[in-house]
Design a protein around this ligand. Structure first.
Ligand SMILES: [Zn+2]
Length: 114
C-alpha cells in the first residue's frame, strides 16, 4: 500500500518542520489530497494513525482536505473544474487541456506546539 510510504515521508517532513521551529510536537496536521492523486483518504488516515506513534505527531489532529481537479483548456484558455471524471472543456468541448490541480498531495498546514 503506497499510503504507508507517503505517510513516512509526511512524518519526516513534519518532524523537520517541528525541529526547525524549535517545537515540542505537532498539534495539527492538514494535508490536501487531489481527487486524482491516487491517494485514498481513509487509507492515508489509517497509515497516519499507525505510524504516528513515537513521532512528534502522535497527538496531532489529522485533517484531510480534498482538492478538486482543475484543468486549463489549451484550445480556449479557460480554467474548469472536473466533476465525475468528465474530462472535457465545458466551454468549447475540447479534449486538449492540462491538469493544473488535483494530482498532488501535500502538507497544507502544520500547527506546532512550542
Ligand atoms: Zn476550451
Amino acid at each position: 500500500m503506497h499510503e504507508f510510504s507517503i505517510v513516512q515521508s509526511l512524518l519526516e517532513l513534519i518532524e523537520k518542520n517541528v525541529k526547525e521551529n524549535n517545537g515540542k510536537a505537532a498539534s495539527k496536521v492538514v494535508v490536501e489530497i487531489g481527487k486524482i492523486s491516487g491517494v485514498e483518504p481513509h487509507l492515508l488516515e489509517m497509515a497516519f494513525n499507525t505510524f504516528k506513534e513515537n513521532t512528534v505527531a502522535h497527538n496531532a489532529e489529522f485533517i484531510i482536505e480534498i482538492q478538486e481537479v482543475v484543468c486549463l483548456c489549451r484550445n480556449c484558455n479557460s480554467e474548469f473544474s472536473v466533476e465525475n471524471y468528465n474530462f472535457i472543456c465545458p466551454y468549447c468541448r475540447s479534449l486538449d487541456f492540462h491538469i493544473i490541480k488535483g494530482r498532488d498531495m501535500f502538507l497544507k498546514s502544520l500547527e506546532v506546539e512550542l
